[in-house]
Design a protein around this ligand. Structure first.
Ligand SMILES: C[S@@+](CC[C@H](N)C(=O)[O-])C[C@H]1O[C@@H](n2cnc3c(N)ncnc32)[C@H](O)[C@@H]1O
Length: 377
């Protein structure tokens, strides 16, 4: 939708639900255009309908109906010579950019079309109506789009997270780290670090290739398995649970955090990256609306939701973690840091452990500089 139109002007033209109806149709039409290859064809330059129909294998009578709708929605422009062109808004769908929105559009198109029918039943019963990861594992194309979408988000966030996190020590466990972007960023920032990623078999496919491309095959190991049952190993210095807890219900998270605690050494650290339901002050309305919608999606497809910081901190305390800190990262995603009791680690001892790392915490990059709350547990 051309969201850049003045919302007050839009409201004067139609009631809100009517605008939502158009938005739903626009999203569906954009998804169809993407599946048919319309954007891909037009991103290389404007085309007349006949040529576009030939390239996309579509009907030259029906195609302009879709194209004219997409002009209204802001995705396409109609030129004076009657050719159609991708608008600046459609440029974000160019897959050649690492920031492309194309994987997100394709993934959400499949998900909303197939898994949201059970929404009322979820709210009525409190139970999910789908097995999201089972569904994904049986849909290789959607899984690829999902992983590409996560990878795109992690590309921007990983360096910020690696800089804000305390020194990870020498052994990292990345629980649900399939695409490997975070393990790679931590290993690149800390030359003595080795990492073990545990994720579902299909989710690791792209991660393995990325590890090899980064030249980290000797330091990052990908282990297929269900994190609720797989052997997570023992004696790790740090565990990452990034965007994972929101997919589990309360008992699932308690069990998971107890398993993670058992896989860490005494004094080990867990890092949780998620949006929390109590969003940072000043979160823009679009980010807040998406976070609430995403929480609804988690409820219907996985039996999870976006939890408050205190809920997650409570589960961590039950699992034996303390010194719980909360750090702003970027947008709604925040980093929670918690430690098991045991051998104390300080910036000085960290520096001694990794003298060549070049990634020691400074007051500006480390935990001390970030927003710190909920100092209990
Ligand atoms: C939302 S993604 C987050 C990926 C990555 N940690 C990040 O922050 O970008 C959740 C990841 O956890 C994995 N996952 C979810 N449930 C799992 C389970 N029961 N066992 C193993 N992996 C699981 C998924 O395959 C996926 O790669």
């Amino acid at each position: 939708m051309p969201l850049y139109l003045d919302p007050d002007e839009l409201r004067d033209q139609a009631p809100g639900p009517h605008l939502d109806l158009i938005g739903t149709m626009a999203f569906r039409a954009a998804g169809a255009a993407q599946r048919l290859g319309v954007f891909e064809a037009l991103l290389d330059g404007p085309l007349p309908v006949t040529e576009l129909a030939a390239r996309t294998g579509t009907d030259a009578g029906a195609l302009p109906v879709l194209l004219d709708a997409l002009v209204s929605f802001g995705y396409l422009d109609r030129l004076p010579d009657r050719r159609y062109a991708a608008s600046p808004m459609a440029a974000v769908l160019d897959r050649r950019s690492p920031w492309s929105y194309a994987p997100a559009l394709a993934f959400w198109q499949d998900l909303l079309g197939e898994l949201w029918d059970g929404l009322e039943e979820t709210v009525r019963t409190g139970r999910p109506q789908a097995d999201f990861y089972g569904w994904l594992e049986s849909r290789p194309r959607t899984l690829r789009e999902f992983q590409a979408m996560l990878d795109g988000m992690a590309t921007g966030l990983a360096p910020l997270v690696a800089a804000a996190a305390p020194d990870p020590g020498e052994r990292l466990l990345d629980v649900g780290g399939g695409h490997a972007r975070y393990s790679i960023a931590f290993c690149q920032a800390h030359p003595r670090l080795t990492a073990t990623i545990v994720d579902l078999p299909e989710a690791l496919r792209g991660g393995r290739a990325r590890i090899e491309r980064a030249g980290l095959g000797g330091r990052v190991t990908a282990v297929p398995g269900d994190v609720a049952r797989a052997d997570l190993g023992a004696g790790h210095d740090t565990a990452l649970l990034f965007n994972l807890c929101h997919g589990f219900d309360g008992p699932g998270n308690r069990a998971l955090l107890a398993r993670v605690a058992a896989a860490l050494r005494p004094g080990g650290t867990v890092l949780i990256l998620e949006p929390f339901a109590d969003l940072p002050e000043g979160t823009p309305p679009v980010a807040e609306a998406f976070t609430r919608a995403f929480s609804l999606n988690l409820a219907v497809t996985q039996g999870g939701r976006i939890y408050s910081f205190d809920e997650v901190a409570g589960w961590l305390a039950e699992a034996g973690f303390g010194r719980i800190e909360r750090h702003a990262i970027d947008g709604p995603s925040e980093l929670l840091v918690a430690r098991l009791p045991g051998a104390e680690r300080t910036p000085e001892t960290d520096a001694e452990r990794t003298p060549e790392s070049g990634a020691e915490r400074t007051p500006e990059t480390g935990a001390d500089a970030a927003r710190t709350r909920g100092e209990d547990g």
